[in-house]
Design a protein around this ligand. Structure first.
Ligand code: ZN
Length: 141
């Protein structure tokens, strides 16, 4: 599941929150920010006030998280969100008041084209230098 898809799906599960991934509202309901919604969508349960750290996220999300957005924040233009999509997501959620659905649309614009596999380890093993029996050997005349 792509990050944008996880944010979109997770946004249907709980009301929006700011300040942390999982936040307890005054009425007792638990809300999620964009990252909290994504975590819940892929089955990761975090405590109130906690954060969905990159180390807990699927590696397949990292390319978009570290992707540089040359325009910084599309609303205010500040660069203090780190200029990367992963930094802009909480900024758009907490500072700009974007809905998680809108954030998902924004993230989707920056997500790389789908790979033939979502299994990064499998892909890396295919890209790793081959030993004596390279798959290219058979292609040589
Ligand atoms: Zn901004």
């Amino acid at each position: 599941m792509k990050l944008s898809e996880a944010i979109r799906l997770g946004s249907t599960l709980k009301p929006q929150a700011t300040g942390a991934c999982f936040v307890k509202h005054a009425d007792g309901r638990i809300g999620t920010c964009a990252f909290g919604a994504a975590a819940e969508a892929i089955g990761i349960s975090l405590g109130v006030g906690s954060y969905f750290t990159w180390g807990l996220m699927p590696k397949s999300w990292w390319p978009v998280l570290i992707r540089i957005n040359n325009t910084a924040c599309p609303v205010c233009g500040v660069l203090d969100a780190g200029c990367a999509i992963g930094g802009l997501i909480p900024h758009l959620n907490d500072k700009e008041g974007w809905t998680r659905e809108r954030i998902a649309d924004f993230v989707e614009l920056h997500e790389p084209m789908p790979l033939p596999t979502d299994n990064i380890e499998e892909l890396e093993s295919k890209l790793a230098p081959q030993s004596s029996s390279s798959f290219m050997d058979g292609a040589r005349p």
